[in-house]
Ligand binder design. Structure first.
Ligand SMILES: C[S@@+](CC[C@H](N)C(=O)[O-])C[C@H]1O[C@@H](n2cnc3c(N)ncnc32)[C@H](O)[C@@H]1O
Length: 217
């Protein structure tokens, strides 16, 4: 049986903390014996929002290696860190020095997070710190976010591995209707040699956001 990595607790999703006693944001905690479960807030994490909107098969597993673009101060990265466990590795790229300070502090109690202060538009600048990964998670909220993802995937993604991307329509264009933007970004992924396996609209948890899961061909 596959190991359980995401827990359903009533209406909530939760992850089993690899750093008990350390909160990352103002998440709620549930204890069962010695285990500490961190309730995954769907209003603070698009991956949790995607689960609440019906994401069936997030390509996550214990011990995996992933590249996270736009790690911010570590909210979603901390839950993925719980999921991949102590044998996994997350290369977490973030270009804001302010957010990076928080992320470094999170990584002190979560040794599977390797913070990288860099611009995700320039993967060559951090290529010497990385290896090939099983997943790229992209949440940079930039107009060229899909291009940024594809550029990184061409260098770091293993053949047949997965990507997840949160598309914020208003970061791309405030005039074009979100549906049209999602269709445009979908086409970019297909042209970039990805096969889309899941697509979700995150409304109303995240306004004008879509979430894609795809596999590299
Ligand atoms: C929406 S926030 C990410 C939230 C985070 N993924 C989470 O769920 O906890 C977007 C982040 O991407 C970062 N970012 C934007 N453009 C970037 C770039 N070109 N390179 C690296 N980080 C970038 C921003 O500084 C910001 O922290």
């Amino acid at each position: 049986m596959p190991q359980q990595i995401i827990y359903k607790m009533g209406r909530d999703y939760a992850t089993l903390s690899i750093a008990p006693g350390k909160k990352v944001y103002d998440e709620r905690i549930t204890r069962r014996g010695k285990d500490e479960y961190r309730i995954w807030d769907p209003t603070k994490s698009k991956l949790s929002a995607a689960l609440h909107k019906g994401l069936r098969d997030p390509p996550l597993f214990r011990g995996m290696k992933l590249l996270y673009l736009g790690a911010a101060n570590g909210t979603t990265p901390s839950h993925i860190s719980d999921i991949i466990g102590k044998t996994g590795i997350m290369y977490a790229v973030e270009f804001s020095p302010r957010s990076m300070r928080d992320l470094i502090s999170v990584s002190r109690s979560r040794k599977n997070i390797i913070p990288i202060l860099a611009d995700a538009r320039m993967p060559d600048t951090y290529a010497n710190q990385l290896e090939k990964v099983d997943l790229i998670y992209c949440d940079v909220a930039q107009p060229d976010q899909t291009e940024i993802l594809i550029r990184n995937a061409n260098i770091f993604l293993k053949k047949g591995a997965h990507i997840m991307i949160a598309i914020k329509a208003r970061s791309i264009n405030v005039v074009i209707p979100p549906k049209q933007i999602f269709a445009q970004e979908r086409q970019k992924l297909i042209a970039g040699n990805f096969q889309i396996s899941e697509e979700l609209n995150l409304h109303p948890l995240e306004k004008d956001h879509a979430f894609f899961v795809a596999k590299a061909k």
